[in-house]
Design a protein around this ligand. Structure first.
Ligand SMILES: [Mg+2]
Length: 112
C-alpha cells in the first residue's frame, strides 16, 4: 500500500466507521497512548521488565506489530486532518537526513 493510499484508506475508514476525526489534540493524546502501549511491550520483550502473572507473553512480539500499526493509523488521522501529505513529507525527510547524515553514521566508531 502506498502512503497516499494509506491516508485515503484511513480517511475512508473514519468516514464509514469513526463518524468523524477526534480533534487534533485528542488524537495527539491517543498517539501518546498507543506509543505507551508499544513501550510497555518493548520494555518486556527487548528490555528488562517482566510480564505480570497471567499476561500473554507468548504473543507479545505479534502485539508489537499491532501497536506499530495502531500508531501509524493515528499518524494517518493527524496527517489527514491537518492536510499533511505524508508521502511528500517522508521524501523530504529522507532527503534532509541524507544530506545531514551522509557520513555521520559511517564515521561513528560505536556503530562499527
Ligand atoms: Mg494499541
Amino acid at each position: 500500500m502506498k502512503i497516499s493510499e494509506f491516508q485515503k484508506r484511513t480517511d475512508d475508514w473514519i468516514k464509514e466507521y469513526g463518524v468523524r476525526y477526534f480533534d487534533e489534540r485528542t488524537n495527539m493524546l491517543v498517539l501518546m497512548e498507543e506509543v505507551g502501549e508499544l513501550s510497555r511491550l518493548m520494555a518486556r520483550v527487548y528490555g528488562e521488565q517482566s510480564f505480570k502473572k497471567g499476561e500473554d507473553a507468548a504473543n507479545a512480539r505479534k502485539r508489537i506489530g499491532e501497536e506499530l500499526a495502531d500508531i501509524l493509523f493515528v499518524i494517518g488521522c493527524l496527517s489527514n486532518q491537518m492536510d499533511i501529505y505524508l508521502e511528500r513529507e517522508l521524501e523530504a525527510s529522507f532527503e534532509k537526513k541524507t544530506i545531514r547524515d551522509r557520513h555521520r553514521h559511517k564515521n561513528n566508531p560505536d556503530l562499527s
